[in-house]
Design a protein around this ligand. Structure first.
Ligand code: ADP
Ligand code: ZN
Ligand code: ZN
Length: 817
């Protein structure tokens, strides 16, 4: 009887592919294991076995698999279920979800790159013919692709040869699929069993009387042993005895010490845990309400004002669930910004916490993956940003989505363009797990779901310690300009408040939602402003680097001294960013320490951490930053928050702009006065009567919600309508014009005139030399979503079949943001 598998390939093809396997393979294989499979004329991929069966495909002849890559499944059945939902809901393929889910070390394809390991030199006679050919090719070329190896050897089955070269250490592959994952090993040292008896030991010490260093090592070992009862690493011993590795080795060679190795997972907590905090009365009440809501509902919104101590409530719930041994997923908007929270959780839960970090190396990610898959106790609580929800959970009991309103939960590019909060609700459902969505400024959609009985709702309106909410005052800068009460971008009111805070030894946060020095450099003579050659935007002036930079593609040129159009030296800057604010502050407060936190100053794995720690330790007096400052940071000594200009946020052309401005201002304000004293917030604006500013300064969340909801209703936006955005991209202007008109027309025919808007030119019409057009589809909540997506997919298929549009990229974004 013939046997087959259906396999998911990590590419955007709609259906799983069927491959044939032998009976023995069928016995061995399980769903969730990887196999190397041929694809197309000459490609090879690591594909995932979805199921094993005996039905041959009807439309093509099944190819054989090349070989099996795993001994055990690396993907779970629940993941397959989630992928299938994501692919269908977000209109992408399971292969794309697979690619987003698996650490790249698990993906292998013909594009995988091989390079020489220069430390290892092999002689001709060490190599078989095929191996020699590859080795030889790599002497002339620093890297080759597996694809090219196939050409060199004139055959397709090259993976075994590559594997042999890898085993010999001669080459490395970029994605390291063949390299067995190696956990980092730590060497420990112990006394040889001969000397465990006291008598033997004393004799040993005596015998070493003429080798003082060795004696010292031995004594150091004992004093370490006495201090901690834990195994001693050779490194610790070396340090304690001030000895070298060779000196330790000598004692091992003499049979006095023995060494042994243990695997150490890189992502590991070292230190002592502390007890959790006792909840205050409001938290106790809120916790009881959350638990009560979980009796009838699976999802609960915890709406707690800033510094109300939501984290402590999550912690209490987690604590109560730990004994079950099931897993808990804690999702955060941006992991790099949340080192504070991670150390808080690690303090409570120690080694049970695993962090899944996008900046981790491939190895570290594989490690977390395997720990989660095996339900290892060191990965019972998994903290991560949106992609952490794609890990291979064994059994999930609780999902916390912290700062659920954050837009970074939504993935823009590439597919799957999922919203991790929404997908987490589905994930929770698959596991029958409970989900808590927490925020001080929950999104309109989530509040709507809570008010309409879909989710539970718990409100926590008191800050911990009953500290008052910060006092928010609006400063009319039009008025201030008229009265000449501005110094640079600062009103006298703001400057006075800064001075007062600094004099009391308190810290200040200043928020400006733009980085760089100034977004536009303009010629006073002819009005020309330097543009990015690749994108339709002006270049931003970065004074520190003396450059003009594009924030969309990274293109940069040296700062110009003369106008590029007319040659006039009379240039002026318009608008301002964090860099300019920092520069002005340094002039105004030369005796204070001023730092800036934006994506220019926080590159690198620990970029944020350094600034956050320095601010925490009060080495910085004033911190200027972009919206990075809003993400749940908890500083004890900040009493003043200044927002330099609220208007650019409010005027952003987006139906969420008002909601977002409220959230941003409320969140950044929430950094003020978190421990003792009531905080103070000053918002500079040209529009002090703007509804949103009035609402946020009076802390009127409900009024904001009601008004926004009404607008969403009137203008057909979520939660009443679902939005699907189709974006077209192409290098050729004419082609993008025509094709977008075609798509809009076809969609109107399929879905009706009113359901389709556009084509529209987005605010930045060209990025990286690609022109863009958007077509927006609005789907009434009451309509059958599946059916409409089917119609959209059909338009997509017809579009792709038009020869002259084949090179136009069509991107579908469901629930676009
Ligand atoms: P939120 O996430 O709601 O903004 P946090 O959880 O960060 O608030 O809490 C704000 C501050 O109050 C933190 O410094 C936290 O340690 C402290 N805090 C909150 N609840 C308690 C409690 N029950 N006992 C002691 N300190 C608390
Ligand atoms: Zn000019
Ligand atoms: Zn650009």
């Amino acid at each position: 009887m013939p046997y087959f598998i259906d396999a998911i390939l990590p590419i955007p093809v709609e259906k799983a592919f069927t491959y044939s396997i032998t009976e023995a393979e069928a016995k061995f294989l399980q769903a969730g294991m990887r196999v190397a499979v041929p694809f197309g004329k000459s490609k090879v991929y690591a594909a995932l076995v979805k199921n094993i069966h005996t039905t041959p495909p009807t439309l093509y002849e099944a190819k054989e698999i090349e070989h099996i890559l795993d001994e055990k499944p690396i993907v779970t059945q629940k993941q397959f279920e989630l992928w299938s939902w994501m692919a269908s809901y977000y209109m992408c393929t399971e292969g794309e979800v697979m690619r987003a889910s698996l650490p790249s070390a698990f993906l292998l394809e013909s594009e995988t790159i091989i390079r020489l390991q220069p430390e290892v030199v092999l002689q001709d006679e060490d190599l078989q013919d095929d191996e020699f050919l590859i080795y030889e090719a790599l002497q002339h070329q620093s890297v080759i692709k597996i694809q090219e190896v196939m050409d060199i050897l004139g055959k397709r089955k090259v993976l075994p040869t590559i594997k042999k070269l890898l085993d010999k250490g001669a080459i490395s592959v970029q994605e390291e699929v063949y390299e067995q994952y190696k956990p980092k090993l730590v060497t420990f040292v112990q006394l040889h069993s001969h000397y465990k008896e006291e008598k033997a030991f004393v004799a040993l010490l005596d015998s070493l009387s003429r080798a003082p260093k060795q004696r010292e090592l031995l004594l150091a070992f004992f004093s370490l042993k006495a201090k901690t009862n834990k195994p001693i690493t050779t490194l610790a011993l070396q340090k304690a005895a001030n000895a070298t590795a060779t000196q330790v080795k000598t004692l091992v060679a003499k049979g006095i010490f023995e060494t042994y190795e243990k695997r150490k997972d890189r992502v590991e907590f070292e230190g002592e845990t502390s007890g959790t905090k006792t909840l205050n009365e409001h938290q106790v009440e809120a916790l009881a309400q959350v638990k009560e809501s979980f009796e009838t509902q699976n999802v609960c919104l915890l709406h707690g004002v800033t510094a109300s101590g939501k984290t402590e409530i999550y912690v209490s719930i987690i604590e109560e669930l730990l004994h079950t041994g099931k897993q808990i997923l804690y999702l955060l908007p941006e992991i790099a910004l949340t080192t504070q929270l991670i150390s808080r959780l690690q303090n409570y839960f120690g080694e049970k916490v695993a962090v899944f970090h996008s900046k981790y190396s491939v190895h570290e990610r594989v490690e977390v993956w395997n720990n989660v898959l095996q339900n290892a106790s060191k990965a019972q609580i998994i903290i991560g940003a949106r992609s952490a929800m794609l890990l291979p959970f064994y059994e999930l009991e609780l999902i916390v989505v912290d700062e659920e309103h954050e837009s970074s939960f939504k993935q823009y590019d590439p597919a799957p363009r999922y919203h991790a909060r929404d997908a987490a609700v589905v994930l929770g459902h698959l596991f029958k797990a409970k989900v808590i969505l927490g925020s001080a400024t929950p999104s309109v959609e989530t509040v709507y779901n809570a008010r309409h009985g879909k989710y539970g709702y718990v409100y926590l309106g008191h800050r911990h310690g009953n500290i008052l909410m910060p006092e928010i005052n609006l400063v009319d800068i039009k008025e201030k300009q008229r009265k000449r009460e501005m110094t640079g971008h600062f009103s006298d009111t703001l400057l006075r408040a800064i001075t007062d805070a600094l004099q009391l030894g308190e810290q200040v946060i200043l928020f400006q939602n733009r980085r760089g020095f100034s977004p536009v450099l303009e010629c006073k003579t002819c009005g020309h402003a330097p543009q990015c050659p690749n994108c339709d935007v002006s270049l931003t002036y970065h004074k520190y680097r003396n450059q003009l930079r594009c924030h969309y593609c990274g293109h940069h040129i040296a700062m110009q001294l003369k106008c590029m159009a007319c040659g006039s030296p009379d240039l002026t800057t318009k608008g301002f960013g964090t860099e300019q604010i920092e520069a002005e502050l340094k002039e105004l407060y030369p005796e204070y320490s001023i730092a800036r936190m934006d994506s220019d100053t926080t590159r690198g794995k620990y970029g944020f951490e350094k600034i956050i720690t320095a601010f925490e330790q009060e080495e910085i007096d004033i911190l200027v930053g972009t919206q990075m400052l809003t993400k749940g940071l908890d500083f004890r000594n900040v009493t003043l928050v200044g927002i330099l200009n609220a208007d650019s946020m409010l005027n952003f052309p987006d139906f969420r702009a008002h909601e977002r401005s409220y959230q941003l201002i409320a969140q950044v304000s929430g950094r003020a006065g978190r421990t003792e004293k009531q905080g103070k917030v000053l918002v500079q604006t040209y529009n002090p009567y703007h509804q949103i500013l009035q609402q946020v300064s009076a802390n009127k969340f409900d009024a904001m919600y009601e008004e926004q909801l009404q607008e969403r209703h009137d203008f057909k936006y979520p939660p009443f309508y679902r939005l699907v955005r189709i974006t077209l991209r192409h290098r050729d202007y004419q082609k993008i014009e025509e094709s977008s008109i075609w798509v809009a027309k076809a969609l109107r025919q399929a879905l009706g005139r009113d359901a389709v808007l556009g084509p529209e030119t987005p605010p930045v019409a060209r990025i990286r030399n690609q022109y863009r057009r958007n077509v927006l589809i609005k789907i009434n909540r009451r309509q059958n979503l599946k059916q409409i997506k089917g119609l959209i997919a059909r338009v997509q298929t017809s579009f792709k079949a038009i020869p002259q549009y084949r090179s136009v990229r069509l991107i579908i974004d469901v629930d676009c943001y």
